[in-house]
Design a protein. Structure first.
Length: 400
């Protein structure tokens, strides 16, 4: 929904990756099932923005003219609009083992470029006239793949192809959209420092800019401006908190370097101030077998990263993971108390307070996609009711 405040307009929404469904008909059906109740609770008197998650299959189906026409009619009936797309998970995202496969195909592959082009075609057809669009995507690759020989150059070439497509769409339709790489623990782009280095040392290098200039028929300085307009970062607050970053400072660092933030995902991670043997069972209740729960432990020796929660537990049993734990598991925003385990909600509150004074992005998206696998005690109502509570919590914090 649109919110107007001291820092101007921002659009607040939730990401539909919370709803199961890989085909386009299934995704449309989930919106009919959940959006009316969410809208009635949080935006009864105004259109409701939707952060649309598309799979590779759905994006190819949705871009067809008949499908787009039918979906525009559906949005009008629901009183909703789409301004951002989550094009991160290509394949199934619910009900099966996802883990590290969520990053495949990554930005080394033509399949990722094609998926992004399909998603951009959909968003260009749906975007309101007075808005820019955003498309969030994988942070290059899973870390072992991203650091293979030649991987950075291949990813840069693919990203330049995607940016050239966005430039072409804007020239043809007037619709401006930005692709947003989403840093995540244990990925090629993990921290704000790694992200800055990739943009400054690789994407903004003369060779890469010349490649974009050739693809767009521009000069190098013009190509650099196009790249800055059409490629940036989706900052996920949960991911930053797991990395022990100050999310507000991290976003300000990106902006100071000239890196656009097309979208911010509003989320919170699990936090264990001091890990103890008595907490092992409570922590392992979140080991759902579906998603990676990257865990970063902080103690006197600095930060130690574990790709998944069972790896961290094994290290703790061996006496190698004492200290504070931050766990990549998106937990409900409106719950200050998770029982035996805390959350990083204070980081999110700091972000929302900072945005109430000055927006770092105009797209804000609640992204708690884990409702179906969270312990039952954390699911306080229907899925639609819990989504509405999260949106309402963020709106109240933004306008406090």
């Amino acid at each position: 929904m649109r919110l107007d405040g001291p820092s101007g307009r921002v659009d607040l929404t939730y990401c539909t990756n919370i709803h199961a469904g890989e085909s386009w008909p299934a995704i449309c059906g989930s919106l009919d099932e959940h959006v009316p109740a969410i809208k009635a609770a949080v935006a009864p008197d105004r259109p409701l923005g939707i952060g649309l998650r598309l799979s590779g299959e759905a994006a190819a189906q949705a871009r067809q003219p008949a499908a787009l026409a039918a979906f525009r009619d559906q949005l009008a009936r629901l009183g909703a609009y789409v301004f951002t797309i989550n094009a991160f998970p290509y394949g199934p995202f619910h009900g099966v083992r996802v883990k590290e496969d969520v990053y495949l195909p990554d930005w080394r592959s033509v399949e990722r470029v094609s998926f992004t082009a399909d998603s951009a075609a959909v968003l260009a057809a749906l975007l309101p006239d007075d808005m820019e669009g955003s498309i969030s995507t994988v942070p290059g690759a899973f870390k072992p793949h991203g650091h293979a020989d030649g991987a950075a150059d291949r990813m840069a070439a693919s990203l330049i192809g995607a940016v050239a497509d966005l430039v072409d769409i804007e020239r043809r339709t007037g619709r401006r959209m930005a692709l947003a790489l989403e840093p995540e623990p244990c990925c090629f782009l993990e921290t704000v420092e790694e992200t800055l280095a990739f943009f400054q040392d690789v994407l903004w290098s003369p060779a890469v800019l010349d490649r974009l200039a050739s693809a767009t028929g521009t000069k190098r300085n013009e190509a650099e401006q196009l790249l800055r307009h059409h490629l940036g970062v989706c900052y996920d607050v949960c991911h930053g908190s797991v990395e022990y970053e100050d999310p507000v400072a991290a976003m300000d660092q990106l902006l100071a370097a000239g890196i656009k933030i097309p979208k911010v995902q509003l989320s919170a991670a699990m936090r264990v101030p001091v890990m103890t043997p008595a907490l092992i069972d409570a922590v392992m209740r979140y080991d759902d077998g579906v998603y990676l729960h990257q865990t970063i432990v902080r103690n006197g020796g600095g930060l130690t990263r574990y790709v998944d929660l069972p790896d961290a537990i094994a290290a703790f049993r061996d006496g190698r993971a004492d200290g504070e734990w931050r766990i990549h598991c998106h937990v409900p925003l409106f719950l200050a108390d998770l029982g035996d385990i805390g959350s990083t909600r204070s980081d999110l509150e700091a972000v929302l307070a900072a945005f109430s004074r000055r927006a770092r992005s105009t797209h804000l998206e609640v992204e708690t996609y884990t409702w179906d696998v969270l312990p039952a005690a954390l699911r306080t109502g229907s899925k639609a009711a819990d989504i509405a509570r999260e949106i309402q919590f963020c709106r109240e914090e933004l306008t406090a």
